[in-house]
Write a protein that binds this ligand. Structure first.
Ligand SMILES: [Mg+2]
Length: 267
């Protein structure tokens, strides 16, 4: 995959969720070629640096880029809703430090401090639902529900059981849930990406379709927010309440539409 010349004087940050936003598994192609044309144009004419801000791990992001024929690499990636990665001159993904290291260390300590709360959630989930508790390296607590309805019930219990834990957060994407520290999510990671490029939330655009996009679809993270037509109702309502842009088109066609809305000289 080609790596484009780095943007010399970044002016705008573009943040795209991947699954359900850029990528439509039922689409043919899965990502519209128009999306890549408009990105190239925005990079050249407006100094836009673009990235993927996703719950996927970095190897899973790379797989997604290859499988879906991305013609060039993003300028940055946020993986697992918190880790920041930047490509080096030969297109190899390098961890953004000290952010990633600090994040891993803080999370490790934090999970020790909230263990009893997570144990209580796990006990309820395993007693009352068919959801599967998931523990993997780097993500010591998460779950997969069988249905959206089951996840809705679990969410109501999670909110109740975490009432006394001010920093215990989670990222939900459909039937998947990952626990974490409220400090680290797509919004704060986007803030760090902007800071790295010498920019602020006023210079950021973000688009996403699901619950784990809430924090980047916020005015603290991005002055320009949007959701594709296929976004879940809660995200649509949220974007509308913020005065953001609700697309008429889904997935990458929505991304193209939203970029045309916010950067009208293009396209
Ligand atoms: Mg999504």
């Amino acid at each position: 995959m080609k790596q484009l010349e780095p943007v010399r004087n970044p002016q705008i940050i573009l943040s795209f969720d991947f699954d359900g936003t850029l990528h439509d598994p039922a689409g043919s192609p899965t990502v519209s070629p128009d999306f890549f044309s408009i990105l190239k144009e925005l990079r050249e004419s407006r100094g836009a640096v673009w990235g993927i801000n996703t719950g996927r791990s970095i190897p899973h992001v790379m797989e997604g880029l290859l499988d879906n024929g991305f013609p060039f690499l993003p300028d940055w990636v946020v993986a697992r809703e918190r880790e920041i990665w930047m490509p080096n001159q030969v297109g190899r993904w390098i961890a953004h430090e000290p952010w990633n290291g600090d994040c891993a260390r803080e999370l490790e300590e934090f999970f020790v401090s909230v263990k009893s709360t997570l144990d209580a959630i796990r006990a309820e989930v395993e007693e009352h639902t068919g959801a599967t508790w998931v523990e993997v390296p780097g993500d010591p607590a998460g779950l997969v529900a069988r249905t959206e309805e089951e996840m809705a019930w679990i969410m109501s219990r999670v909110i109740h059981l975490t009432a006394d834990e001010p920093f215990l957060g989670w990222q939900r994407n459909s039937v998947w849930l990952r626990f974490g520290h409220k400090k680290y999510q797509k919004g704060s990671a986007l803030g760090e990406v902007a800071r790295h490029f010498g920019l602020t939330a006023a210079d950021c655009f973000a688009i996403g379709d699901s619950h784990n996009d809430f924090e980047m679809l916020s005015l603290q993270a991005a002055a320009r927010v949007a959701c594709p037509a296929n976004a879940v109702p809660e995200v649509r309502a949220h974007v509308k309440a913020l005065g953001g842009y609700e697309c008429e088109n889904g997935h990458s066609h929505g991304c193209v539409e939203a970029l045309g809305h916010y950067f009208p000289a293009v396209g």
